[in-house]
Unconditional design. Structure first.
Length: 142
């Protein structure tokens, strides 16, 4: 047997194996689809889609009504609104400045009194602990 025949046989076996795998996969897919659609009916699907469309038709006007700005027309000029707001703020500021003089005088703040005792002028002298212990020991002995 020549090398060409062996190459041809090898390719034929690979092709047959691949075809068998593809066929098995298609069979599994067909079974899965059959199981998934066993309880579905085209009439039920059409009815469901009609219900969804009807609900969307109801929801759209509601959504449009909610998203409309309340109390203003579409021709509101934002610059005019900002200008009016600034004028109101200026009026409030001017009114506050006029009312500053009319406020009752606040009672003076009461501060605590200065302590009468004298504080030490420098740090207390530090006694060596060992020396103090020796002194106590000497007093105890005598």
């Amino acid at each position: 047997m020549g090398p060409r025949i062996r190459e041809f046989q090898r390719e034929a076996i690979e092709t047959a194996t691949t075809n068998a795998e593809v066929l098995r996969t298609m069979e599994l897919a067909a079974r899965g689809m059959k199981k998934a659609y066993q309880d579905m009916d085209i009439d039920k699907v059409d009815e469901l889609m009609a219900d969804i469309t009807e609900q969307q038709d109801v929801a759209q006007p509601i959504s449009d009504a909610i998203s409309r700005s309340v109390g203003f027309g579409d021709d509101v000029d934002e610059d005019e609104l900002l200008e009016e707001l600034e004028e109101q703020e200026q009026e409030e500021l001017a009114q506050e400045m006029l009312n500053v003089d009319n406020k009752e005088e606040e009672p003076p703040v009461k501060l605590p009194s200065v302590p009468s005792t004298h504080l030490p002028t420098g740090p207390a002298p530090k006694v060596d602990e060992d020396e103090e212990a020796l002194q106590q020991l000497a007093e105890w002995v005598s």
